[in-house]
Design a protein around this ligand. Structure first.
Ligand SMILES: C[S@@+](CC[C@H](N)C(=O)[O-])C[C@H]1O[C@@H](n2cnc3c(N)ncnc32)[C@H](O)[C@@H]1O
Length: 241
């Protein structure tokens, strides 16, 4: 590991607003932030541009960036510390462990910003909008909680819309090119590191806003989704050959 990474790993251990695989946090976030303001998570936050940007826009809300990479979290956490932001925190952990940190209904919104699209079909289960992840989010979100996905990947966008349709999730907004719109909201104008890299080379930023529902925990529907996804993958593979 590089020297810079080691320094950053050591630094975040001393930051009061960075928690690494914390224990006993469910139900304690209001105590942590010293207020009862609603909590929004940024998943796969990287350097935490949304956590910071939304934190600046909405001082009456609390924001927590979640990522596994401590050296990236250090960037956002240092900015929050320098700006003395009391409504921003970072959680270094696997996203898969979210329900061990939050009680049911403790989170009111989730942003997923430029997650790895996991394009290989064998990795579909790792996509952060796969029903496996959505049902985890449902465990911690308020019943009317909102999810936002911002991505440059047309494939992840199409995949997520398909999941939404399959489970009948309430779709609030979708766009395959947000910057084509004459007016872009303050939230959507926040740019992340990966947004500027345009790795998917789509030159388009896609956005979906939606809610979850109880069908995500329906076992029969989850099983039939598995067959549906296998079908989609088989069709995709035969069109490539
Ligand atoms: C493509 S980067 C995007 C970072 C940032 N949102 C941006 O737009 O610049 C994806 C991030 O997801 C994180 N990540 C991927 N899978 C994760 C998981 N299961 N748990 C926690 N973090 C994860 C990676 O560490 C990485 O920082």
């Amino acid at each position: 590991m590089g020297y810079k990474k080691l320094i950053r790993f050591a630094a975040i251990k001393e930051f009061p607003h960075v928690l690494e695989y914390p224990r006993d946090m469910p139900g304690k976030w209001a105590q942590f932030f010293k207020n009862e303001h609603p909590i929004t998570l940024e998943l796969a936050c990287g350097k935490g541009e949304y956590t910071i940007g939304l934190g600046e826009l909405y001082p009456q809300h609390n924001f927590i960036g979640v990522d596994i990479k401590g050296n990236r979290i250090w960037v956002g956490a240092s900015k929050a510390l320098n700006a003395k932001m009391s409504n921003v925190a970072f959680l270094r952990s696997h996203i898969e462990l979210l329900p061990t940190y939050f009680n049911k209904g403790e989170v009111s919104e989730i942003w997923i910003t430029f997650p790895d699209p996991q394009l290989q079909s064998s990795r579909a289960k790792k996509r952060l909008t796969h029903p496996r992840f959505l049902s985890l989010y449902r465990e911690i979100l308020t019943p009317d909680g909102i999810l936002h996905l911002k991505t440059d990947s047309p494939d992840l966008y199409a995949f997520t819309l398909d999941v939404i349709q399959f489970f009948g999730l309430p779709l609030l907004e979708s766009s395959d090119n947000i910057y084509a719109s004459p007016q872009v909201s303050k939230e959507l104008s926040i740019k992340t590191h990966y947004e500027s890299l345009d790795i998917a080379r789509s030159k388009k930023v896609h956005y979906i806003r939606f809610r979850l529902n109880e069908r995500l925990s329906d076992e029969a529907l989850t099983l039939s989704y598995k067959a549906h996804l296998e079908n989609l993958i088989a069709r995709e593979q035969s069109s490539i050959q």
